[in-house]
Structures are given as C-alpha cells and as structure tokens.
Design a protein around this ligand. Structure first.
Ligand SMILES: *Cc1c(COP(=O)(O)O)cnc(C)c1O
Ligand code: SF4
Length: 458
C-alpha cells in the first residue's frame, strides 16, 4: 500500500476533465404515464397498463384496431399510408400497446419505433434485384423441421412460429406470423411431435454443444413448455449451453414483470443448468434506446435477481439506429440495465424493407465509434449474416468491398469453405448512374462477376 502511494506520488498527474452531462443520458429512463396520450389507454392506471395479459390481449393486429386505439391522434393521410404499406408488406402486423404508447405520434414518419413495426407505403423502396426471401437459407440447413444446423457445434431450434409482435425486418418472414396476402408461409405443424424429432436429432449429434431456442419467440411458449424444452435439452449430456430467444423484454417488458409463471419456469431451467455446470441465458433484441424504460429496468432487475443473464442482438436499421449517438446510447443503456450487447447485425436482405437497410460502410463506421466507449464485454460485435448460408461474418472481414457498386464479398472458412458470399448496399445509397446499371441484368451480372474475380485474387 505504502509502496503504491510512493510510486504514484512520483508520477506526473494528468487530471481527467469532468464528464459532460450527456454522458449520463443512458440513466435517464422514461417513467411517466406516456400511454395516457393514446385515446384508448387514457384512463388506464400503471397497474393496468403494465400487465402482460393486457398487453397481449390488446396487441394491434390490423389497421382497424390501430384506428380504434389512436383515433384522431393521427390524420387520415397517415392511415392511408399505412394501409398502402401493409398491402406491400410480407410480414403480418402485430404491435404491443407498450410500443404504441412509446411512439411519438406527432411525427410517426421518422419515429424509430414506428419504422420498425408499422410500414408506411410512401416511405418504402423497391427491393434490391439480388434479394431473396429466405435470404439466410435456414431451410437448406434444416435436417429436421424446425431445426437449423449450420455451424458445427450449435443449432437453432425454431420452437414455434409466432411472436408477441412482428418486426418488419424479420429474416424469418418465410416462417413466422399469420398468413398475409403476400407470403404463403411454411407451417411447422403440431408442436410437441415436431419437437421430439428435434430432440432426437440433437441427441444423435454429439458435436452439438449449444442450442439457440428461438421461434418465432419463446415468449409465446407456455411456462410448462419453457420448462419441458429446457429440461429435455439439459438432460442431453453433450448440450453445454442454451439460449432462449425472446424479444419480450424490448417490446413487452410487462411479460417479465407480471408473468411470474413464465419467469419462474425460466429461472428453474437456469438453476438446474447451473447445478449441471451448463450455461442457460436469455437472448433479447433491443434496437433503440427509447425501448428501454423504467418498466424494462424493473423486469430486467427481476431477471438479474434470479441469476438470469441477458444478452442483446440489435438489427441495424436506417432511420432507427444508424446514427453514432443512438448506437452509443443504446449500448450504454443496455449495459446500465445489465443486458450485454452481443451482436449488432447488418440488416439482412429481406423483402419489403429496402428503406431500412444500410450500407456495409455505415456498419463499419458505427463499429469504430462504438468500440472503446464502454467495457469490451458490453461492446457488440458488428456482424453480417451472409445470404446463402455462410453464417455470420465480422463487418470488417470482407475479402472485397467496392463502395461505388455497393458489392461486398465475404468468405466463411468455418461454415462453407471455398465459397463466396455477397452483400449488396441499398441502391438508393449509390451514385444514381451506378444504381441505374443495377437495373440491367447483363450489367448486374458483369459487376458481380468482377467483384468475385477481385475477391479471389486479393
Ligand atoms: C446465429 C446462429 C447461431 C448462433 O451463432 P452465434 O454466433 O454463436 O450466436 C446458430 N445457428 C444459426 C443458424 C444461426 O443463424
Ligand atoms: S420477434 Fe424475432 S422472429 Fe419474431 S418477428 Fe421479430 S425478429 Fe422475427
């Protein structure tokens, strides 16, 4: 002790200036009765509004319901715009009252929460010509229905095909949601029977150590199903790690506040896992700092008290979280409520959401700004989940990237060695002359071939 004191006394001091006030913005969680601004919720007490049963029963699944809830809060032109957006959209509509309460309806066009869940026709852009519906080829890597086995040691278990809300940017629009006019969806069929085949498969593959229990969203599994799946997987000796994936903490935090049976079931599996020296965690999906409010903190505190660790996966979206300040605030606010930022995903190439996609360069620039702002274990890795089933790649690890044509090429030695995987920047972010070249199939093929050659020789 004395020694240290003498030692520091000898060193020149470099006093650090006090932090700017904005450094504390992440602690400023919304705690007013924001839902009372919505006509249909104006008379609800906090106890009534912050109840997961109220939230799921009153989720908005149609334009008619949206009208019933918002009434004159927005104009007729807005409703028309949404109607147009829904007609063009591959995803079903489902929004929780919590989100409706947090959206700023004075400026819905630019509201980062509206953008994620409610399409507006006037804002949509034509899809990129290289875009595919099951862009990640989850079905191609599927040895049994409802299981994707792409990486050697881990697999993705799609337990059911519904979610408490439907995100416009969803990669699984081929599978989740109610049928819409646009997409004839694959239905996974009777749950329990299908699960047995998944368990059998996992049992037959000793290399599988890590299971992502996803969906849809496990918030829609009953408590007994959470427990059943958890215990069944824990009993498989070679399964060492499990993650339950749910968006509930971000879009319906009431789920983890008032659905005690569900949280108890999860906590039971986590505790059982701990006894067996196996890691069981929750993965969630916050995209914007405004999604984290005082009620989220209450729910997340509850999980922490039960020893349930939570990690977050964010999807990078234009107009939502593609600004440095927003991404930094999100990262620090997540850390503040004990959620570890795990990944930030470049928006997948999916139908009907071209205006949400960013360039790869945007993701790279954001990564540079975010890293170093807080603890390394609370800093997300920025990744791109490649089209064609190459898996996740670090956004800086491309073999080739031409910002003019917007073509990036990646390889994936661990998943599909020897193959090339492409990402295409949104056309409206390119020089108009180059964007026009994309409309011509011959020019398009030539640009892609040139990129492939350049990637191979680099
Ligand atoms: C993302 C993903 C996983 C998990 O990958 P991690 O990098 O370990 O988070 C597993 N299987 C599939 C198909 C995935 O897409
Ligand atoms: S919660 Fe997940 S699976 Fe469901 S719609 Fe959103 S992104 Fe897709």
């Amino acid at each position: 002790m004395t020694q240290t004191q003498e030692y520091t006394a000898d060193l020149p001091l470099a006093p650090k200036p006090s932090a700017d006030r904005s450094v504390f913005d992440h602690k400023d969680l919304r705690d007013d009765d924001y839902w009372r601004a919505i006509p249909a919720y104006a008379d609800l007490s906090a106890g009534e509004f912050h109840d997961h049963r109220f939230q799921s029963r009153n989720s908005i699944t149609s334009l008619k319901k949206l009208r019933g809830v918002l009434g004159p809060l927005v104009g007729e032109a807005f409703y028309k715009d949404v109607e147009q957006g829904l007609a063009l959209s591959p995803m079903s509509l489902r929004i929780s009252p919590y989100l409706v309460g947090l959206i700023d309806w004075r400026e819905p066009e630019t509201d980062p929460l509206r953008i994620q869940f409610l399409p507006m026709g006037s804002r949509m852009l034509p899809d990129h010509p290289e875009l595919a519906l099951d862009s990640l080829h989850e079905q191609e890597d599927s040895p049994v229905p409802g299981l994707t086995h792409r990486y050697a040691d881990r697999a993705l278990f799609l337990t059911l095909d519904t979610c408490p809300v439907y995100c416009r940017f969803c990669t699984r629009s081929y599978a989740v949601g109610l049928d819409t006019e646009e997409v004839e969806k694959v239905h996974f069929g009777a749950l329990a029977e299908r699960w047995e085949r998944v368990f059998d498969y996992i049992e037959s593959r000793p290399e599988l150590e890590d299971i992502v229990i996803s969906g849809g969203d496990v918030a829609n599994l009953k408590a007994e199903h959470i427990e059943y799946i958890g215990r069944r997987l824990l009993a498989i000796e070679h399964v060492r790690r499990m993650r339950y994936a749910t968006k509930a903490p971000a879009i319906m935090p009431q789920k983890i506040v008032t659905d005690t049976a569900w949280v108890d079931a999860l906590a039971g599996v986590v505790a059982e896992g701990r006894k067996l020296h196996k890691e069981v965690v929750l993965h969630t999906h916050f995209n914007h700092p405004r999604e984290i409010t005082e009620i989220s903190r209450r729910g997340l505190n509850g999980l922490m008290e039960r020893g349930i660790w939570v990690r977050n996966q964010t999807v990078l979206q234009r107009g939502v979280n593609d600004e440095v300040d927003t991404m930094q605030l999100l990262t620090r606010r997540l850390s503040y409520v004990n959620v570890h930022p795990y990944y930030t995903f470049v928006h997948d190439m999916v139908r009907g959401v071209e205006e949400l996609r960013t360039t790869l360069a945007t993701a790279q620039e954001l990564e540079k700004e975010v890293r170093g702002r807080t603890a390394g274990f609370n800093t997300p890795t920025f990744v791109l989940d490649t089209m064609g089933g190459g898996g996740k790649r670090n956004v800086h690890s491309h073999e080739y990237y031409d910002r003019e044509t917007g073509i990036a090429v990646f390889t994936s030695p661990a998943v599909r060695p020897g193959q090339h995987f492409f990402y295409f920047d949104p056309l409206d972010e390119l020089d108009p002359a180059i964007a026009r070249k994309w409309a011509d199939p011959a020019e398009r093929a030539a640009m892609i071939a040139a990129a492939r050659t350049a990637a191979t020789s680099s």
